[in-house]
Design a binder for this molecule. Structure first.
Ligand code: AMP
Ligand code: ZN
Ligand code: FE
Ligand code: FE
Length: 284
């Protein structure tokens, strides 16, 4: 008997178009090395890596799903909404993402000022250098803190300074979770609530706003959490998706590794069909 072909699908990954460590081409190479058949590139507020990823995967067996991850700040914490099969080349979508990225820029500058006032000086210039062309984020600020010797680890940077309740935390451009869902739908994408364990109270209001999926098989979740979330997805009529939230091999090695969580190909089919329905609805 031959082993059934194992399809390995990872629907949540980051490249250096946001705060991931690898270039889109390097991410593709690693995905191929690990025998993955499908990955979604879901950079924070950016679709800038998608063309490069698709180009790198051309002629291979790897499919790249165009995606994005939008963040909203809420009193309970952060709500992240993934968007699958978004029209990443649409000018108005890109213009909106650009606005979010600009907001991140000013925010990083404010964090640098706060850190300096707190006696842990880091320069905004250095944070910008670390981020390069990427959508600037707290991991880049953490890196600068680490380099300057103010902390020994990235975790310490978050715990001591830039975590949500830290003294140097600055909120992003304010987007409501409902807005994030609406924006993804408008871009022809399928909105999915990312790593929802701490924010399951948002499922009901977001379903009313048009949410279509729930990230049940998140890399860092244990089986009990996944079972609970799977139940919630079923009850709410949501597609149960999953992904690693891979950010890199080095810098963010504490997060889940690429391809270390898997979903069935039917999940991708469902997302694809939903995306077609959303696009038809938009065109009507
Ligand atoms: P931002 O989008 O700039 O608010 O940064 C959010 C990103 O910071 C997340 O996507 C994670 O990659 C990273 N992050 C958040 N909390 C922590 C933490 N405690 N330790 C390490 N990385 C974190
Ligand atoms: Zn990230
Ligand atoms: Fe996230
Ligand atoms: Fe993520």
């Amino acid at each position: 008997m031959t082993e059934p072909l194992k399809l390995r699908i990872d629907l949540h990954t980051h490249s250096n178009a946001s705060d991931g460590e690898l270039t889109p081409a390097e991410l593709v190479r690693l995905a191929l090395e690990r025998g993955l058949t499908t990955i979604a590139l879901t950079d924070h507020d950016s679709v800038a890596g998608i063309d490069a990823a698709q180009h790198a995967a051309r002629g291979t067996a790897l499919e790249i799903i165009p995606g994005v991850e939008l963040s909203a700040d809420v009193p309970q914490g952060e709500v992240h909404v993934l968007g699958y099969f978004v029209d990443w080349r649409a000018a108005d979508f890109e213009a909106m993402l650009e606005k979010f990225r600009e907001g991140r820029y000013g925010r990083a500058e404010k964090m640098a000022r706060k850190l300096t006032a707190l006696g842990a000086p880091v320069s905004f210039e250095r944070i910008k250098e670390i981020a390069g062309d990427a959508s600037i984020g707290r991991p880049h600020v953490a890196q600068a803190l680490l380099e300057a010797g103010h902390v020994a680890t990235v975790t310490e940077a978050f715990d001591k300074y830039i975590g949500r309740n830290g003294p140097a935390y600055v909120e992003r451009f304010r987007l409501t979770p409902e807005d994030a869902v609406a924006l993804i739908l408008r871009a022809g994408g399928v909105p999915v609530l990312a790593h929802p364990r701490e924010v399951t109270g948002w499922v009901f209001p977001l379903v009313k706003a048009g949410l279509l999926g729930l990230e049940v098989h998140y890399g860092m979740y244990d089986d009990a959490t996944r079972a609970e979330l799977a139940r919630l997805a079923r009850q709410s009529g949501l597609i149960a998706t999953g992904g690693s939230d891979f950010h890199g091999l080095d810098k963010m090695a504490h997060m889940c590794g690429l391809g270390e969580t898997n979903v069935s190909p039917e999940v991708v089919d469902k997302l694809r069909k939903k995306a077609e329905a959303v696009k038809q609805e938009n065109a009507a």
